[in-house]
Design a protein around this ligand. Structure first.
Ligand code: UD1
Length: 420
């Protein structure tokens, strides 16, 4: 591991207590930023987290010709009449969400050139469902030297798309392309994630005609043009959930404010099954962590199932449970890299295909670990909060990609954590 990479140093043993407020969802804000390109003029997005991925997306938009300015958690995006139809290779490689620019630019300019996306390494992450859906709408693709060129020789037109899997990104790409297509598009087996519903709300405020967002059948009636709009980004259920797990892991007492408890129903149910006392109101959740968690079984699924992005945090918690738990990862084929890192800390976890068997140990012991993606960095931090001694998580930039003020918020709750 290179010593030039920034790391997080967590001293275990503190019991987290107090209140923490969450900001808007990364996985919504990034999509809304792309969606602005559908309507020329000035858009204002509020409740936007100050995270690395938002900065990267800002640079993608600038390359396309938009002017992006930030004032605290508000982003003002001025979209040109004629965007440049090309997204830059080096930026797209860094972030999978940039693939959404494909459907958006195609709808807006009739052409899009996008490098094949990168993002977190969770095994193979194809985009066949994105491309198949857009083809139904009239798109034609050509791959040359790693750059995907999309055109719509006869324009985009409404179509029926039935997804083999309710992919979040594919549903969004097709939604973004179809709002300006001629006629009606139906997306069957659509994703139902709250961030996608929030995108539909924003598009509707821009003048789009969308029915059924949040259900598995979305109908889009294409309109000729959209207008700019202002929008407050839906609260980040993953940020909220991560602090809930940090509270639970440390036998703490933590209240998470400005969140939507209904968006975390399954995760909080499972947390309660593991022994936490969970109470909630309109926009808050309070967690009282158990002395030692109990073992549970859980399986990740598309919303409203247990979120795959909350899986590493739960496995970290269960690593110190009083018994054996089994987790099943159904969304990604290889989201297991962090497990080796937890085992370096003394956890007893092994995988068998998509299953993870977690034999709870009494104590973890701090050491240097690799925070290989956003949620892995979060899970290892949670583990470090309870471990004996100091845990150094190499790759702090991963936490910065997903969490606004990660170190500051945990410190305010009583954690001893800093950057080195
Ligand atoms: C989004 C989230 C990510 C979250 C995921 C699932 C963003 C920026 N990222 O990712 O944090 O983990 O939803 O909730 O919002 N798949 C295909 N073909 C496709 C598209 C997807 O096989 O064309 C597969 C993927 O490889 C993966 C699964 O479907 O195994 C889920 O992917 P998808 O729902 O598309 O996730 P993303 O939109 O990439």
């Amino acid at each position: 591991m290179s010593s030039t990479i920034e790391s997080l140093r967590v001293v275990g043993g503190a019991r987290l207590e107090g209140e923490v407020a969450v900001l808007g969802a990364k996985n919504a804000a990034l999509k809304h930023m792309v969606a602005t390109l559908l309507a020329p003029g000035v858009h204002r997005l509020s409740n936007v987290p100050r995270i690395l991925d938002v900065e990267i997306m800002g640079n993608v938009l600038r390359h396309v010709g938009a002017i992006c300015a930030r004032d605290g958690t508000t982003l003002e995006i001025d979209v040109p009449e004629t965007p440049n139809p090309e997204a830059p290779l080096d930026l797209v490689r860094q972030m999978r969400a940039s693939i959404l620019i494909l459907g958006t630019l195609l709808a807006r300019t009739g052409e899009a050139r996008v490098a094949l996306p990168g993002g977190d390494d969770f095994g193979s992450r194809p985009i066949d469902l994105h491309l198949g859906g857009l083809e139904n709408l009239g798109a034609v693709f050509e791959l040359q030297h790693g750059v995907l060129r999309a055109t719509a020789p006869d324009g985009l037109h409404g179509a029926e798309v039935f997804l083999e899997f309710p992919s979040v990104g594919a549903t969004e790409n097709i939604l973004l392309a179809s709002v300006l297509a001629e006629g009606t598009t139906t997306i069957g087996n659509a994703a139902r994630e709250p961030e996608l519903t929030d995108l539909a709300t924003y598009l509707t405020a821009m003048g789009a005609k969308i029915d059924g967002a949040g259900t598995s059948t979305i109908k889009i009636h294409g309109v000729r043009e959209l207008h700019p709009s202002d929008h407050r980004v839906v609260p980040d259920r993953l940020e909220a959930g991560t602090y809930a797990f940090a509270g639970a892991m440390t036998h703490g007492h933590v209240t998470i404010r400005d969140c939507v408890p209904a968006h975390l129903r399954m995760e909080m149910t499972k947390l309660a099954d593991a022994g936490a006392v969970v109470t909630s109101g309109d926009d808050w959740i309070t967690i009282e962590g158990p002395d030692r968690p109990g073992p549970i079984d859980f399986a990740t699924l598309p919303f409203p199932g247990y979120h795959t992005d909350m899986h590493p945090q739960m496995v970290a918690l269960l690593s110190v449970a009083d018994g054996t738990s089994i987790a099943t990862e159904n969304v990604y084929d290889a989201r297991f890299r962090y497990i080796g890192e937890l085992n370096r800390m003394g956890a007893d976890i092994h995988t068998d295909g998509q299953h993870i068997v977690i034999r709870g140990v009494e104590e973890l012991s701090g050491c240097e670990v690799d925070g290989c993606d956003i949620r892995a960095a979060a899970a290892l931090t949670i583990a470090g909060l309870r471990a004996d001694g100091t845990t150094t998580i190499v790759g702090a930039h991963h936490a910065d990609r997903g969490y606004d003020g990660f170190v500051e918020k945990l410190t305010a709750l009583g954690a001893t954590i800093d950057r080195i």
